[in-house]
Design a protein around this ligand. Structure first.
Ligand code: ATR
Length: 283
Protein backbone atom coordinates (compact mmCIF):
# COMPACT_ATOMS: atom_id res chain seq x y z
CA UNK A 1 0.00 0.00 0.00
CA UNK A 2 1.47 3.35 -0.99
CA UNK A 3 0.29 6.95 -1.12
CA UNK A 4 -1.07 7.29 2.40
CA UNK A 5 -2.32 10.78 1.49
CA UNK A 6 -5.10 9.10 -0.48
CA UNK A 7 -5.99 6.58 2.21
CA UNK A 8 -9.52 6.92 3.57
CA UNK A 9 -9.36 8.22 7.11
CA UNK A 10 -10.73 6.65 10.27
CA UNK A 11 -9.84 7.12 13.92
CA UNK A 12 -10.74 6.31 17.50
CA UNK A 13 -11.51 9.21 19.81
CA UNK A 14 -11.32 9.02 23.59
CA UNK A 15 -9.66 10.34 26.71
CA UNK A 16 -7.30 8.71 27.56
CA UNK A 17 -6.43 7.10 24.23
CA UNK A 18 -2.68 6.37 24.23
CA UNK A 19 -3.13 2.67 25.04
CA UNK A 20 -5.95 2.00 22.60
CA UNK A 21 -5.45 -1.16 20.57
CA UNK A 22 -7.91 -0.03 17.89
CA UNK A 23 -5.28 1.41 15.49
CA UNK A 24 -3.38 -1.89 15.54
CA UNK A 25 -6.56 -3.96 15.12
CA UNK A 26 -7.83 -1.91 12.20
CA UNK A 27 -4.45 -1.81 10.48
CA UNK A 28 -4.37 -5.63 10.68
CA UNK A 29 -7.93 -5.78 9.27
CA UNK A 30 -6.95 -3.37 6.46
CA UNK A 31 -3.87 -5.42 5.61
CA UNK A 32 -5.84 -8.65 5.59
CA UNK A 33 -8.61 -7.30 3.34
CA UNK A 34 -6.42 -5.08 1.13
CA UNK A 35 -8.12 -1.85 2.16
CA UNK A 36 -6.35 1.44 1.71
CA UNK A 37 -7.18 3.23 4.92
CA UNK A 38 -5.53 5.18 7.67
CA UNK A 39 -6.65 4.74 11.28
CA UNK A 40 -5.40 7.07 14.03
CA UNK A 41 -5.94 7.49 17.75
CA UNK A 42 -7.13 10.99 18.65
CA UNK A 43 -6.98 12.32 22.20
CA UNK A 44 -9.98 14.61 22.69
CA UNK A 45 -10.32 17.27 25.40
CA UNK A 46 -13.02 16.44 27.92
CA UNK A 47 -15.13 19.37 26.68
CA UNK A 48 -14.09 19.19 23.03
CA UNK A 49 -15.83 16.13 21.64
CA UNK A 50 -18.32 17.75 19.26
CA UNK A 51 -15.70 20.08 17.84
CA UNK A 52 -13.22 17.24 17.35
CA UNK A 53 -15.79 15.22 15.39
CA UNK A 54 -16.70 18.26 13.26
CA UNK A 55 -13.02 18.91 12.45
CA UNK A 56 -12.44 15.27 11.58
CA UNK A 57 -15.39 15.29 9.18
CA UNK A 58 -14.35 18.59 7.61
CA UNK A 59 -10.91 17.13 6.98
CA UNK A 60 -12.58 14.32 4.99
CA UNK A 61 -12.72 11.65 7.69
CA UNK A 62 -14.93 8.67 6.83
CA UNK A 63 -15.73 7.12 10.20
CA UNK A 64 -14.90 7.03 13.90
CA UNK A 65 -14.78 4.70 16.83
CA UNK A 66 -15.72 6.39 20.06
CA UNK A 67 -14.54 5.22 23.44
CA UNK A 68 -14.65 6.30 27.09
CA UNK A 69 -15.90 8.84 28.09
CA UNK A 70 -17.63 10.03 24.91
CA UNK A 71 -20.00 7.20 23.93
CA UNK A 72 -23.10 8.95 25.30
CA UNK A 73 -22.12 12.22 23.63
CA UNK A 74 -21.65 10.34 20.37
CA UNK A 75 -25.16 8.94 20.78
CA UNK A 76 -26.53 12.46 21.17
CA UNK A 77 -24.51 13.74 18.23
CA UNK A 78 -25.63 11.06 15.76
CA UNK A 79 -28.32 12.24 13.36
CA UNK A 80 -29.47 8.66 12.77
CA UNK A 81 -28.97 5.62 15.00
CA UNK A 82 -29.26 1.86 14.66
CA UNK A 83 -31.88 0.16 16.86
CA UNK A 84 -29.11 -1.49 18.92
CA UNK A 85 -27.43 1.89 19.52
CA UNK A 86 -30.80 3.33 20.48
CA UNK A 87 -31.21 0.66 23.17
CA UNK A 88 -27.62 0.90 24.34
CA UNK A 89 -27.93 4.66 24.88
CA UNK A 90 -24.37 4.86 23.62
CA UNK A 91 -22.57 4.91 20.28
CA UNK A 92 -19.11 3.47 19.63
CA UNK A 93 -19.15 3.75 15.84
CA UNK A 94 -19.87 6.78 13.66
CA UNK A 95 -20.12 6.49 9.90
CA UNK A 96 -20.18 9.56 7.66
CA UNK A 97 -20.25 7.78 4.29
CA UNK A 98 -23.92 8.50 3.55
CA UNK A 99 -23.38 12.22 4.13
CA UNK A 100 -24.99 12.10 7.55
CA UNK A 101 -23.71 11.15 11.00
CA UNK A 102 -24.85 7.56 11.50
CA UNK A 103 -24.34 6.07 14.96
CA UNK A 104 -24.14 2.39 15.83
CA UNK A 105 -23.04 0.34 18.82
CA UNK A 106 -21.06 -2.82 18.09
CA UNK A 107 -20.04 -3.71 21.68
CA UNK A 108 -22.92 -6.11 22.31
CA UNK A 109 -22.61 -8.02 19.06
CA UNK A 110 -18.85 -8.13 19.71
CA UNK A 111 -19.47 -9.85 23.03
CA UNK A 112 -22.02 -12.29 21.58
CA UNK A 113 -19.70 -13.24 18.68
CA UNK A 114 -16.79 -13.79 21.03
CA UNK A 115 -18.91 -16.00 23.31
CA UNK A 116 -20.56 -17.98 20.52
CA UNK A 117 -18.08 -18.08 17.64
CA UNK A 118 -14.72 -17.93 19.41
CA UNK A 119 -15.55 -19.79 22.62
CA UNK A 120 -18.36 -22.02 21.27
CA UNK A 121 -20.75 -21.14 24.09
CA UNK A 122 -24.50 -21.50 23.72
CA UNK A 123 -26.55 -18.62 25.11
CA UNK A 124 -30.02 -19.88 24.30
CA UNK A 125 -31.76 -21.29 27.37
CA UNK A 126 -28.89 -20.37 29.70
CA UNK A 127 -28.93 -18.75 33.12
CA UNK A 128 -26.78 -15.64 32.84
CA UNK A 129 -25.53 -13.36 35.61
CA UNK A 130 -24.29 -9.96 34.47
CA UNK A 131 -22.30 -7.97 37.04
CA UNK A 132 -22.46 -4.18 36.89
CA UNK A 133 -25.06 -1.68 35.76
CA UNK A 134 -23.06 1.04 34.04
CA UNK A 135 -22.69 1.98 30.39
CA UNK A 136 -20.61 -1.10 29.55
CA UNK A 137 -23.40 -3.43 30.68
CA UNK A 138 -26.19 -1.41 29.12
CA UNK A 139 -24.39 -1.71 25.77
CA UNK A 140 -24.52 -5.51 25.72
CA UNK A 141 -27.94 -6.38 27.16
CA UNK A 142 -30.06 -6.24 23.99
CA UNK A 143 -27.76 -8.47 21.89
CA UNK A 144 -27.53 -10.94 24.80
CA UNK A 145 -31.33 -11.06 25.20
CA UNK A 146 -31.68 -11.56 21.46
CA UNK A 147 -30.01 -14.96 21.92
CA UNK A 148 -32.94 -15.99 24.16
CA UNK A 149 -31.23 -17.00 27.39
CA UNK A 150 -33.53 -18.55 30.02
CA UNK A 151 -32.95 -15.43 32.09
CA UNK A 152 -30.49 -12.65 32.75
CA UNK A 153 -29.95 -11.36 36.27
CA UNK A 154 -28.13 -8.06 36.60
CA UNK A 155 -26.28 -7.94 39.92
CA UNK A 156 -24.86 -4.61 40.99
CA UNK A 157 -23.26 -3.09 44.09
CA UNK A 158 -25.93 -0.37 43.92
CA UNK A 159 -29.15 -2.38 43.66
CA UNK A 160 -31.36 0.45 42.38
CA UNK A 161 -29.21 0.88 39.27
CA UNK A 162 -29.58 -2.81 38.42
CA UNK A 163 -33.35 -2.69 38.93
CA UNK A 164 -33.69 0.42 36.74
CA UNK A 165 -31.50 -1.03 34.00
CA UNK A 166 -33.41 -4.32 33.92
CA UNK A 167 -36.69 -2.41 33.59
CA UNK A 168 -35.37 -0.71 30.43
CA UNK A 169 -34.88 -4.11 28.77
CA UNK A 170 -37.79 -6.08 30.24
CA UNK A 171 -39.71 -5.95 26.93
CA UNK A 172 -36.91 -7.95 25.26
CA UNK A 173 -36.85 -10.99 27.52
CA UNK A 174 -36.58 -12.42 31.02
CA UNK A 175 -34.36 -9.96 32.88
CA UNK A 176 -34.20 -8.89 36.50
CA UNK A 177 -31.96 -6.54 38.49
CA UNK A 178 -30.86 -6.76 42.14
CA UNK A 179 -28.10 -6.02 44.62
CA UNK A 180 -25.16 -8.43 44.92
CA UNK A 181 -26.31 -9.60 48.35
CA UNK A 182 -29.72 -10.60 46.95
CA UNK A 183 -28.32 -12.85 44.20
CA UNK A 184 -29.67 -16.42 44.20
CA UNK A 185 -27.31 -18.86 45.92
CA UNK A 186 -27.07 -21.15 42.92
CA UNK A 187 -24.66 -21.68 40.03
CA UNK A 188 -25.13 -19.71 36.81
CA UNK A 189 -24.19 -21.09 33.39
CA UNK A 190 -22.44 -17.86 32.50
CA UNK A 191 -21.23 -14.96 34.66
CA UNK A 192 -20.19 -11.83 32.78
CA UNK A 193 -18.24 -9.16 34.62
CA UNK A 194 -19.11 -5.72 33.29
CA UNK A 195 -18.01 -3.79 36.39
CA UNK A 196 -14.92 -1.64 36.60
CA UNK A 197 -13.67 -3.69 39.58
CA UNK A 198 -11.00 -5.67 37.66
CA UNK A 199 -9.45 -2.36 36.58
CA UNK A 200 -8.58 -1.72 40.20
CA UNK A 201 -7.73 -5.34 41.01
CA UNK A 202 -10.83 -5.59 43.22
CA UNK A 203 -13.10 -8.59 43.61
CA UNK A 204 -16.84 -8.04 43.17
CA UNK A 205 -18.51 -9.51 46.28
CA UNK A 206 -20.65 -12.12 44.54
CA UNK A 207 -21.92 -15.13 46.54
CA UNK A 208 -19.54 -18.05 45.95
CA UNK A 209 -22.52 -20.33 45.28
CA UNK A 210 -23.08 -18.48 41.97
CA UNK A 211 -20.05 -20.30 40.55
CA UNK A 212 -20.45 -24.02 39.87
CA UNK A 213 -18.18 -26.56 38.21
CA UNK A 214 -19.89 -26.07 34.86
CA UNK A 215 -20.05 -22.26 35.10
CA UNK A 216 -18.26 -20.12 32.59
CA UNK A 217 -16.82 -16.75 33.65
CA UNK A 218 -16.26 -13.93 31.18
CA UNK A 219 -14.58 -10.62 32.04
CA UNK A 220 -15.31 -7.78 29.63
CA UNK A 221 -11.92 -6.40 30.70
CA UNK A 222 -8.72 -7.93 29.37
CA UNK A 223 -5.10 -8.07 30.44
CA UNK A 224 -1.89 -9.93 29.67
CA UNK A 225 -2.58 -12.16 32.67
CA UNK A 226 -5.85 -13.52 34.04
CA UNK A 227 -7.92 -10.68 35.52
CA UNK A 228 -8.90 -10.58 39.20
CA UNK A 229 -12.40 -11.72 38.25
CA UNK A 230 -11.10 -14.67 36.23
CA UNK A 231 -8.82 -15.79 39.06
CA UNK A 232 -11.70 -15.50 41.52
CA UNK A 233 -13.94 -17.70 39.33
CA UNK A 234 -11.14 -20.17 38.61
CA UNK A 235 -10.44 -20.57 42.33
CA UNK A 236 -14.13 -21.38 42.88
CA UNK A 237 -13.93 -24.15 40.26
CA UNK A 238 -15.45 -22.49 37.18
CA UNK A 239 -15.18 -24.71 34.09
CA UNK A 240 -13.96 -21.93 31.78
CA UNK A 241 -12.69 -18.37 32.19
CA UNK A 242 -12.18 -15.84 29.41
CA UNK A 243 -11.19 -12.19 29.21
CA UNK A 244 -12.62 -9.58 26.85
CA UNK A 245 -9.85 -9.37 24.26
CA UNK A 246 -11.96 -11.29 21.75
CA UNK A 247 -14.89 -8.92 22.39
CA UNK A 248 -12.60 -5.97 21.64
CA UNK A 249 -11.57 -7.45 18.30
CA UNK A 250 -15.11 -8.56 17.39
CA UNK A 251 -16.61 -5.13 18.08
CA UNK A 252 -13.87 -3.65 15.90
CA UNK A 253 -14.66 -6.15 13.13
CA UNK A 254 -18.31 -5.09 13.17
CA UNK A 255 -17.30 -1.41 12.93
CA UNK A 256 -15.01 -2.31 10.03
CA UNK A 257 -17.96 -4.02 8.36
CA UNK A 258 -20.15 -0.93 8.81
CA UNK A 259 -17.50 1.25 7.14
CA UNK A 260 -16.03 -1.07 4.49
CA UNK A 261 -18.78 -3.69 3.97
CA UNK A 262 -16.16 -6.40 4.46
CA UNK A 263 -15.84 -8.91 7.30
CA UNK A 264 -12.25 -9.42 8.40
CA UNK A 265 -11.22 -12.74 9.90
CA UNK A 266 -10.75 -12.15 13.58
CA UNK A 267 -8.98 -15.26 14.94
CA UNK A 268 -5.53 -14.33 13.62
CA UNK A 269 -5.93 -10.76 14.89
CA UNK A 270 -6.93 -11.92 18.37
CA UNK A 271 -3.92 -14.26 18.42
CA UNK A 272 -1.56 -11.47 17.28
CA UNK A 273 -2.82 -9.14 20.00
CA UNK A 274 -2.53 -11.82 22.66
CA UNK A 275 1.08 -12.52 21.68
CA UNK A 276 1.95 -8.85 21.63
CA UNK A 277 0.35 -8.25 25.04
CA UNK A 278 2.28 -11.14 26.58
CA UNK A 279 5.55 -9.97 25.00
CA UNK A 280 4.97 -6.43 26.29
CA UNK A 281 4.24 -7.77 29.78
CA UNK A 282 7.54 -9.67 29.79
CA UNK A 283 9.64 -6.66 28.82
P1 ATR B 1 -19.00 1.91 32.63
O1 ATR B 1 -19.68 2.95 31.81
O2 ATR B 1 -17.61 1.54 32.15
O3 ATR B 1 -19.84 0.70 32.83
P2 ATR B 1 -19.69 3.07 35.17
O4 ATR B 1 -20.94 3.63 34.62
O5 ATR B 1 -18.86 3.91 36.08
O6 ATR B 1 -18.69 2.59 34.04
O7 ATR B 1 -20.08 1.71 35.92
C1 ATR B 1 -19.14 0.98 36.61
C2 ATR B 1 -19.83 -0.26 37.18
O8 ATR B 1 -18.86 -1.00 37.93
C3 ATR B 1 -20.96 0.04 38.13
O9 ATR B 1 -21.93 -0.96 38.00
C4 ATR B 1 -20.27 -0.02 39.49
O10 ATR B 1 -21.15 -0.30 40.56
P3 ATR B 1 -22.04 0.88 41.22
O11 ATR B 1 -23.18 1.11 40.28
O12 ATR B 1 -22.47 0.34 42.52
O13 ATR B 1 -21.12 2.07 41.34
C5 ATR B 1 -19.35 -1.17 39.27
N1 ATR B 1 -18.17 -1.21 40.16
C6 ATR B 1 -17.06 -0.43 40.10
N2 ATR B 1 -16.16 -0.79 41.02
C7 ATR B 1 -16.72 -1.83 41.71
C8 ATR B 1 -16.28 -2.67 42.78
N3 ATR B 1 -15.09 -2.50 43.37
N4 ATR B 1 -17.12 -3.65 43.20
C9 ATR B 1 -18.33 -3.83 42.63
N5 ATR B 1 -18.79 -3.08 41.60
C10 ATR B 1 -18.00 -2.10 41.14
Amino acid sequence: MTGSEKAERYAVMGNPIAHSKSPLIHSLFAQQTGQHMQYDAILVDMDGFEQAVAEFRQAGGHGLNITVPFKQQAWALASQRSPRAELAGAVNTLDFSAGNCYGDNTDGIGLVRDLQDNHQLTLQGQDILVLGAGGAVRGVLAPLLEQQPRRIIIGNRTATKAVELAALFAHLGNIEGMGLDALPQQPFDLIINGTAASLHGEVVPVPEACVGDSSCAYDMMYAAQATTFMTWAQDLGAAKCFDGLGMLVEQAAESFYIWRKLRPQTAAVIAALRTRMRDDAHQ
